[in-house]
Design a binder for this molecule. Structure first.
Ligand code: ADP
Ligand code: MG
Length: 604
């Protein structure tokens, strides 16, 4: 089958997009290939098409279990056999996938990089007929990439068990020069390898950074000004439900999405948004991976992003149809101040990481040298109580251990409690004295979660307890009681996620964090935040020029669409005292542009 035939028969597409054909060709010729295409550029096809056209099975290394499962399901639907080996499978399950690949005629086998480190698995892979290896999200290889995953650096081990002429295709949307070099070196690209790179400039996308205090009002304004499908990104899960609720209260069809919802809930919300039943989705960055909706007109950020790479990717979800679209960030002066404030830094210290590592095994009752590939139901809440550390800190450290390949952590069932009130508050206050705990709790719930009277909303009992000045068990008891009397629906949270240990427990003396590595990562983390801060504060350059420069591309022509370019044009038309002020503004000053065009300055 030729690539064109495969494209038509399996995907129903009539032609390749720019560079796809060249990349497919290069892989089919057996060359090591690096494909740099922006998000949504169609990277998956670059390995799926040659996989279908080749004999044997294509290995796809991919970082996210959810993404792998989605892709496998999508391929199966098209009649292409695919399977995924993730840390969710037991040893018996993954062995059976590998032992039966020939009979099951699997064309694409998805693997997580951590899984790949298993020597038995490598040995089994050596017995398969491998057509080529695709490394998706290849920036994870590089310490310079924003999602660095150490296990990605060991993918080249595969070269030892596979025939020397096995081609490797690396795909990424991150194109900073350090990352590119790092990918090619780490995957041991052979001479004659090819790099395909599409410019990351999106000429139809207008980037806007607005420093404001009243984000939510500005969000409503933006959604009224730009009709059509929209995504509103924020960093905290809880906030997604609140923002969606607020938008609905203002007559905007909105829903929310984050990784803590169940798979069914996520699928339903995603589908409603894809089909236009929901106009706006308020989401954490868990939304959008592998989701393709060409006609998104507006992407709003309500919180600072941790890196410009991520900003670029998330903003880039707007306007895939190449028609005019907007990316708008509403950032407050306080956000900017917090960005690089060390006391606000979630970066755990080496001691904290080592301590939590030991505590984790104690908590799970795993002796030294044991535990590899064991999977446990796991509650972060309970673990945090055990360690006596704040939950968020525990979470950060578990994520660190995950990045280092010690554990795999699946928090998808980490659900928030949900609540829906049915009664009229005045009835309730007639039945109870105003000082009673019931009234206190209910009053605070109504104040904190406006939507609770209309629908099920996610709630946080601990916060309610704090606001109502009662203890948390009592809050739960009261909510239980209300649900028993038919006044409310209350679904207490089920925090049980799953945790898989990927390596045996190490002794305190052996588990070490390489200080050099640590300071490197910390410095990178800081540098990234500094770049974000600079980008937010800059008032003297086109946004596209800044972004492309950061991504290693040279562009000198202003885009004409971003906030800077438009402000410039406005100033040239009618230079006002404000515009003179704007030009003189130093980088240290924070500028607030009011809705009426007035510009305010604040010294930081
Ligand atoms: P990336 O991984 O680069 O972010 P994807 O591989 O997820 O992008 O592809 C994004 C979307 O583009 C998918 O919906 C895919 O079906 C579509 N697409 C890819 N190639 C083509 C093509 N040649 N013609 C039409 N649609 C395509
Ligand atoms: Mg992709």
């Amino acid at each position: 089958m030729t690539p064109e035939e495969a494209l038509r028969i399996y995907w129903g597409f009539s032609s390749f997009r720019p560079l796809q054909r060249e990349i497919v060709e290069s892989v089919l010729c057996g060359r090591d290939t690096l494909a740099l295409l922006p998000t949504g550029g169609g990277k998956s096809l670059c390995y799926q098409v040659p996989a279908v056209c080749s004999e044997g099975v294509t290995l796809v290394i991919s970082p996210l279990i959810a993404l792998m499962n989605d892709q496998v399901a999508a391929l199966q639907k098209k009649g292409i056999r695919a399977a995924a080996i993730t840390s969710q499978l037991s040893k018996r399950e993954w062995l059976s996938v590998l032992d039966n690949w020939r009979e099951s005629d699997v064309k694409l086998l998805y693997l997580s990089p951590e899984k790949l480190q298993n020597s038995l698995l490598q040995e089994k892979l050596g017995q398969l007929k491998i057509s080529f290896i695709a490394v998706d999200e290849a920036h994870c290889i590089s310490q310079w990439g924003h999602d660095f995953r150490p296990a990605y650096r060991q993918i080249d081990n595969l070269r030892e068990v596979l025939p020397p002429d096995t081609a490797v295709l690396a795909l990424t949307a991150t194109a900073t020069p350090e990352v590119i070099d790092d990918i090619a070196t780490s995957l041991r690209f052979r001479p004659g390898h090819q790099v395909f790179k599409k410019s990351f400039h999106r000429p139809n996308l207008s980037y806007n950074i607005r420093i404001v205090e009243n984000k939510i009002d500005r969000l409503i304004q933006a959604l009224r000004a730009v009709p059509g499908s929209a995504i509103v990104f924020m960093r905290h899960r809880l906030k997604t439900a609140q923002v969606a609720q607020f938008l609905r209260a203002h007559g905007i069809m909105a829903d929310y999405y984050h990784a803590g919802l169940t798979a069914e809930e996520r699928m339903e919300k995603q589908n409603d948004w894809m089909q236009g039943k929901t106009r706006v989705i308020a989401a954490t960055n868990a939304f959008g991976m592998g989701i393709d909706k060409p006609e998104v007109r507006l992407v709003v950020h309500l919180d600072p992003v941790p890196s410009l790479e991520e900003y670029f990717q998330e903003a880039g979800r707007a306007g895939r149809d190449e028609k005019l679209a907007y990316a708008v960030s509403f950032i407050s002066p306080a956000d900017i101040a917090r960005l690089t404030d060390p006391s606000n830094n979630p970066f755990p210290s080496p001691d904290e990481i080592a301590e939590v590592y030991q505590k984790l095994f104690e908590f799970l009752r795993i002796p030294l040298g044991q535990g590899e590939w064991e999977k446990f139901p796991f509650s972060i809440q309970k673990f945090a109580e055990y360690t006596k550390l704040p939950k968020l800190k525990c979470y950060e450290i578990l994520r660190w251990l995950e990045r280092d390949g010690h554990i795999s952590f699946d928090d998808q069932c980490l659900r928030h409690s949900r609540l829906h009130f049915y009664f009229d508050f005045y009835d309730l206050s007639a039945r109870h004295s105003p000082e009673s705990a019931v009234v206190q709790v209910v009053q605070n719930v109504l104040r904190m979660y406006e939507g609770v009277r209309y629908t099920l909303v996610e709630i946080d009992e601990a916060r309610i307890a704090k606001m109502a000045e009662v203890d948390e068990p009592q809050v739960k008891k009261i909510l239980y009681h209300l649900s028993r009397t038919g006044d409310a629906d209350y679904y207490p949270k089920n925090t049980e996620g799953f945790l898989t240990l990927l390596k045996p427990r190490l002794d305190r003396k052996i588990f070490k964090i390489d200080p050099e590595e640590y300071s490197f990562r910390k410095a990178r983390h800081q540098a990234r935040l500094e770049s974000v801060k600079k980008f937010y504060q800059s008032t003297n350059q086109c946004r596209v020029i800044q972004l492309l420069h950061y991504l290693g591309e040279k562009k000198t022509e202003p885009c004409g669409l971003c906030d800077f370019c438009r402000d410039q044009r406005r100033m040239q038309k009618n230079p006002s005292p404000h515009s003179l002020q704007l030009r003189k503004a130093s980088e240290k000053e924070i500028i607030t542009r009011q809705a009426d065009g007035q510009i305010l300055f604040k010294k930081t």
